[in-house]
Design a protein around this ligand. Structure first.
Ligand SMILES: *Cc1c(COP(=O)(O)O)cnc(C)c1O
Length: 493
C-alpha cells in the first residue's frame, strides 16, 4: 500500500515513511492510495474475534510493508495488559436501539490511549524498516489529554524519548498531577509559563530551529511529534468502528455512530471503516459551541472566523479540524489541486466553500449538530435519569446531538454513542450537570472525584484514584523562549 499527500507533493511513500514523517513536505496529510475492502469472510470474522486479532487484520491491510510478525508485535505491545480488560473497548447496552462504546479504559482514561498505545510501537518498527538508525525524540505541546496519553504510550519504549510541554495556566489540577507524576526512564515533563498557545508556539519554534535540527542529527536523533494528523494515530481508531459495527449488525443492518468531534480524527476513522465495507449508516458529527463543523456539514462553507468558546468539553474546543483535509481528498476523488486550493484559502482568509459534489456527498454521509454547555448538561442529566448511566462532558455532547438527530430524522437504526473519556476525567463538569447543588462543597478536584463516586455508585478508575499520593517527579518550569535550550540540553546528554 502506497501513501500520498493530500496536496499532491508526495506519492509512492511507504507506510513506514508516512508514520516517521507525520506531515508531508507540502504540508499535506498522508493518505493511503486506495482504501482496502474487507471480504465478507473477513467481516464475519471481525464480528466475533477478539480486539487484538481485529487490530492485526486491519493494520495488515494498511501496513503492507510491515511483516505480519512486525504487526503482531506492535499490536501485542499496545494492547496486552495496558487496558482494563482484553476487549480494550467496552460496549454498554442502554436500549435495543442504543449502545455506548466506552473507549476510555486505557492508562489515562481517555480515548486517545487506543491510538497512542500503538503509535510508539509503529514508529520504532517504521524506523527499523526504513533503516533509519536513529532514536526518535517526540516533542508534544498539550492542552491536557494528549500529553498524558503520549507519555503513557512512549514510556520505556526502546529507541524513543518524549518531552511534554504543558501550559502552567491551562490544564486542570488532575491533568497536571497526571503528568508531573509520570514514571518512565525516557520521559520529561516541563511546564511553560503562559497558556496553551505559548506552549504550542514554543514547540513549533524548536521544530523550526535549524540549530536544534542540526544538533539532533549529530546525535543520531530524529525530532517528531505525536499529534493526531499522523497516519499511525488514525489507523488504530479504524479498528473499533469496524469491529463494533460488525458485532452489532445482523442481516446487513447498518449501525449509526454519534461521535464527539474536535480535530475530526475519530469520526474520520469511522468513515474509513465504512469505506472498508463495515455496516455503518449515518455518522453523527457532534460539536460543542465551537460549531464550525456543524456549519460546514450543513452548508459546505468552512469558516473559522468566529468567536472561540471555552466549554465544558475542552478537548473539542477547536476551530481548525485538521483531519477534515483527508475527507475532502476522498470526496473530491483524490483531487490534490482542489484540496490545496481549499487549504490555501483557509490559511489566507480562514474560509473556503467546497464544490457542490463534495457538499452533497458530505450530506449523504453525515448528520451534524451541536450542543451548548447548558444542553450538554441537560443531556448528561437525562442520560443518568433514564439509564443511571453517567457520562463525561464530551460524551454528553454526542448524546445531546443524537437526541436532536432522532427528533429531526426519525431514523429507527441502531446507534452507538462513542464515549471518549471517563466521567472521572472531568468530574467538575459532570457534577455541575447532575448535582449542581453539591458543587459548592468541593474544595478541589480530588473531592470532586470522591463526590462523583458516591453519587454515581461507581468507583474512581485506578489510574486516577491514587494520584494525590503519587510522588512528583517533574518540577521544571521554563519561559516559552527557553524551550530551545531545554531541548538542546536533553539532546546534548
Ligand atoms: C481528543 C478528544 C476528542 C476529539 O477527538 P477528535 O479526534 O479530535 O475529533 C473528544 N473527546 C475527548 C475526551 C478527547 O480527548
Amino acid at each position: 500500500m502506497e501513501y500520498q499527500s493530500t496536496r499532491g507533493g508526495q506519492s509512492g511513500i511507504s507506510s513506514a515513511r508516512a508514520i516517521i514523517t507525520g506531515l508531508a513536505s507540502d504540508k499535506g496529510l498522508f493518505v493511503p492510495k486506495t482504501i482496502p475492502e474487507l471480504s465478507s469472510y473477513e467481516l464475519a470474522k471481525l464480528a466475533s474475534c477478539g480486539y487484538i486479532d481485529a487490530a492485526k487484520l486491519i493494520f495488515s491491510k494498511f501496513l503492507t510493508d510491515f511483516s505480519q510478525a512486525d504487526i503482531d508485535e506492535c499490536v501485542k505491545g499496545a494492547y496486552s495488559g495496558t487496558f482494563r480488560c482484553d476487549e480494550i473497548t467496552e460496549s454498554v447496552r442502554l436500549t435495543a436501539k442504543l449502545d455506548v462504546l466506552e473507549l476510555w479504559h486505557g492508562p489515562t482514561c481517555a480515548f486517545k490511549d487506543v491510538a497512542l498505545q500503538a503509535l510508539p510501537r509503529l514508529m520504532v518498527k517504521s524506523l527499523q524498516l526504513e533503516k533509519e538508525n536513529k532514536k526518535v525524540v517526540i516533542l508534544v505541546a498539550t492542552s491536557g489529554d494528549t500529553g498524558k496519553a503520549a507519555l503513557e504510550g512512549f514510556k520505556d519504549v526502546d529507541g524513543t524519548e518524549i518531552v511534554v510541554f504543558y501550559p502552567r495556566e491551562g490544564v486542570s489540577e488532575i491533568q497536571r498531577r497526571q503528568m508531573i507524576t509520570q514514571e518512565g526512564a525516557n520521559v520529561r515533563v516541563c511546564a511553560v509559563e503562559g497558556n496553551f498557545d505559548d506552549a504550542q508556539n514554543a514547540v513549533k519554534t524548536v521544530f523550526a530551529d535549524a540549530g536544534t535540527q542540526k544538533l539532533a542529527a549529530a546525535r543520531a536523533c530524529l525530532l517528531s511529534s505525536a499529534n493526531s494528523i499522523n497516519w499511525g494515530r488514525l489507523l488504530p481508531q479504524i479498528v473499533y468502528y469496524v469491529k463494533t459495527a460488525c458485532a452489532l449488525s445482523s442481516d446487513g443492518e447498518r449501525i449509526n455512530f454519534a461521535v464527539p468531534t474536535g480535530n475530526f480524527g475519530n469520526i474520520l476513522a469511522c468513515y474509513y471503516a465504512l469505506r472498508m465495507g463495515a455496516p455503518i449508516g449515518k455518522m453523527i458529527c457532534a460539536s460543542n459551541a465551537n460549531n464550525v463543523l456543524t456549519d460546514f456539514i450543513r452548508t459546505g462553507v468552512y469558516d473559522r472566523n468566529r468567536h472561540f468558546f471555552k466549554t465544558l468539553s475542552p478537548s473539542m474546543d477547536i476551530l481548525i479540524s485538521s483531519n477534515l483535509e483527508r475527507l475532502l481528498y476522498e470526496l473530491s476523488g483524490h483531487d490534490a489541486k482542489e484540496v490545496s486550493g481549499y487549504m490555501a484559502q483557509l490559511a489566507e482568509s480562514g474560509r473556503y466553500e467546497v464544490s457542490d459534489e463534495i457538499k452533497s456527498a458530505v450530506n449523504e454521509l453525515f448528520f451534524a449538530d451541536f450542543c451548548s454547555d447548558l444542553e450538554t448538561q441537560r443531556a448528561i442529566r437525562g442520560l443518568f435519569e433514564s439509564f443511571e448511566y453517567v457520562c463525561d462532558t464530551h460524551t454528553g455532547v454526542a448524546y445531546g446531538v443524537y437526541n436532536k438527530y432522532l427528533a429531526q430524522c426519525h431514523d429507527g437504526a441502531r446507534t452507538v454513542i462513542v464515549s471518549t473519556a471517563s466521567p472521572y476525567k472531568f468530574p467538575r463538569g459532570v457534577l455541575a450537570a447532575f448535582a449542581p447543588e453539591r458543587c459548592g462543597e468541593l474544595s478541589d478536584d480530588y473531592s470532586a472525584l470522591s463526590l462523583l463516586s458516591t453519587l454515581a455508585h461507581t468507583s474512581v478508575p485506578a489510574p486516577l484514584s491514587g494520584l494525590s499520593s503519587k510522588p512528583v517527579l517533574h518540577e521544571s518550569t521554563i519561559k516559552p523562549g527557553e524551550a530551545k535550550s531545554y531541548v538542546a540540553s536533553i539532546l546534548g546528554e
